[in-house]
Design a protein around this ligand. Structure first.
Ligand SMILES: Cc1cc2nc3c(=O)[nH]c(=O)nc-3n(C[C@H](O)[C@H](O)[C@H](O)COP(=O)(O)OP(=O)(O)OC[C@H]3O[C@@H](n4cnc5c(N)ncnc54)[C@H](O)[C@@H]3O)c2cc1C
Length: 483
């Protein structure tokens, strides 16, 4: 009835059979098959990687997702889960011979328990919607990706997303208590529990960050935190990125854990200021935004210490927010920095390497040298406190060869991160984008272990195939090209 085939006509046959089978349980408005509408689902936030799926399906019940997975498992059809499609590593790029499974209709907050400080939500709920729903109870959900207005909590789990405030409050993995997942065969599995300790192997940190390769997440219980009494942002301007890098190390060395510690360089400062008028000094080479939160007295004390430290370490201007509105405006500039850079360049490519904080100045200097070598501008805007870099390489996709040059430059930045003891992704995931650099990061033996994990969860290899972990033969090819 169905066979694994690759020609255009066999794709059409596969598509027809899938539509017939899915129409038995999904209403017609849950199956998107026309080429024009399918274009909406061709890529995620990394639009350089595009593929059109055979079909996009938008189920609204767990039972229907189970039926879809069972069918795809039986027929060997690739399934790529999708939240809001804001990912930056082509993790949600569809397979051309498979199904794109949109979780957009799973958008309900199911339960809020203010006593236990938890919220149980469907995976398509937007990150910011959780904090908005619990704000009247004096609570918030801590991980705050800059895309939080749009990205979904399901996508956050799959990528183990971070954000400006993860320096103090941790990544997604530190803020999730439990979730329900469907395996590739459509079996329901519950992972984690309501308490802090659970028995058996701890699958929670294994699956969080597994980029949709191990299962489809259908329900999530997150931890909520009490909103802090007070918070202030200290903005410090520096005349060199190296001095700003040293000031980051200085704050952490002093034993102060800010809620957030972010850095922007000249291009990012100017672009963000032009875009949102946050009050940033546009003549600065680097800007730090350091948020201190907690009990009011403690905030006042730490703010004074950090202001003094920044001045001591060479800040040319220091300003501290005096109201919530001023604090929000300073953050608005930072959170709008990616789209702001999009206004000063036809295209940009966002990298996501992590390095030890002590290497910040060295890596920023090396990147500037490489930027000159490639003739491509780089704006830096990143989670400096975590050592999580986001160089935005500016390029023009209409210039022949420029994207390839940009990709090569980006790859070299990631390899530099590995060389100084860091890693190729802090929070955006590997997806299709960084598959090649996985062999710079991991040995063959380590990659074999990853394959064994994938095989244990998804023996048919239907979930998000080709992403996250390179096949070993290709690793050898990558290594021989690199040598
Ligand atoms: C302007 C901008 C700023 C950003 N800032 C940050 C930031 O500060 N920090 C950060 O960490 N990221 C950031 N990102 C990246 C992105 O927003 C995050 O990776 C986010 O978690 C993706 O969520 P999504 O719902 O859009 O997922 P998608 O892009 O739709 O999917 C991402 C991955 O998750 C998988 N997936 C989605 N839903 C499920 C599910 N229910 N079950 C299993 N797998 C699933 C997909 O298959 C894919 O592999 C930014 C992106 C943009 C465009």
């Amino acid at each position: 009835m169905y066979s694994s085939v690759t020609s255009a006509s066999s794709f059409e046959t596969r598509k027809k059979l899938l539509i017939e089978e899915m129409a038995k349980f999904l209403p017609s408005d849950s199956i998107i098959a026309d080429e024009e509408t399918l274009r909406v689902y061709e890529c995620d936030g990394l639009s350089a990687y595009c593929e059109r799926p055979l079909l996009t399906v938008l189920p609204d019940s767990v039972e229907d997702v189970q039926k879809i997975l069972k069918l795809c498992h039986r027929w060997g059809v690739p399934v790529v889960a999708r939240g809001a499609g804001t990912g930056l590593s082509a993790g949600a790029t569809p397979s051309p011979d498979g199904i794109l499974l949109s979780l957009a209709r799973f958008n309900r907050i199911l339960r809020i328990d203010p006593e236990a400080r938890t919220a149980t939500v469907q995976p398509g709920v937007r990150n910011l919607a959780i904090s908005q729903a619990v704000e009247p109870m004096g609570l918030f959900y801590a991980p705050d990706p800059s895309s939080q207005i749009a990205c979904t909590i399901g996508g956050n789990l799959a990528e183990n997303s971070g954000g400006a405030h993860c320096l103090k409050y941790g990544l997604t993995v530190h803020n999730v208590l439990a979730f329900e997942m469907l395996t590739a065969e459509g079996e329901r599995v519950r992972v984690g529990g309501q308490g802090l300790d659970n028995c058996g192997f701890d699958l929670l940190p294994l699956i969080i960050g597994s980029e949709g390769l191990l299962g489809v997440i259908t329900e999530i219980t997150v931890k909520l935190l009490p909103s802090p009494d007070a918070a202030q942002v200290i903005m410090a301007a520096f005349d060199s990125v190296e001095k700003a890098g040293d000031a980051v190390a200085g704050v952490i060395a002093k034993g102060i854990i800010p809620a957030a510690l972010e850095m922007m360089d000249r291009y990012a400062i100017q672009a963000a200021e032009d875009f949102v008028r946050a009050g940033y000094p546009t003549n600065a080479e680097a800007l730090l935004l350091c948020e201190i939160d907690g009990v009011r007295e403690e905030v006042l004390e730490y703010v004074e210490q950090v202001e003094g430290l920044f001045r001591e370490l060479g800040a040319v201007a220091v300003r501290t927010s005096q109201s919530d509105a001023e604090r929000a405006l300073l953050w608005k500039g930072r959170k709008s920095a990616f789209p702001a850079v999009g206004r000063i360049s036809p295209d940009y490519y966002c990298m996501d390497g992590t390095i030890p904080r002590s290497q910040l100045s060295y890596v920023l200097t090396r990147m500037r040298e490489m930027s000159e070598e490639y003739g491509l501008r780089v704006a830096n805007v990143f989670h400096a406190g975590d050592g999580n870099l986001h160089p935005l390489i500016m390029f023009d996709a209409n210039v022949p060869g420029e994207f390839e040059k940009t990709e090569e430059f980006g790859g070299r930045i990631l390899e530099l991160c590995v060389a100084v003891g860091g890693c190729i992704t802090g929070e955006h995931g590997v997806g299709l984008e960084k598959i090649r650099q996985m062999s710079a990061q991991f040995s063959e033996a380590e990659l074999e272990q990853f394959h064994a994990v994938k095989e244990a969860f998804d023996p048919g290899g239907v979930l998000n195939p080709g992403k996250g972990v390179p096949i070993l033969r290709r690793c050898q090819e990558y290594r021989s090209i690199g040598n």
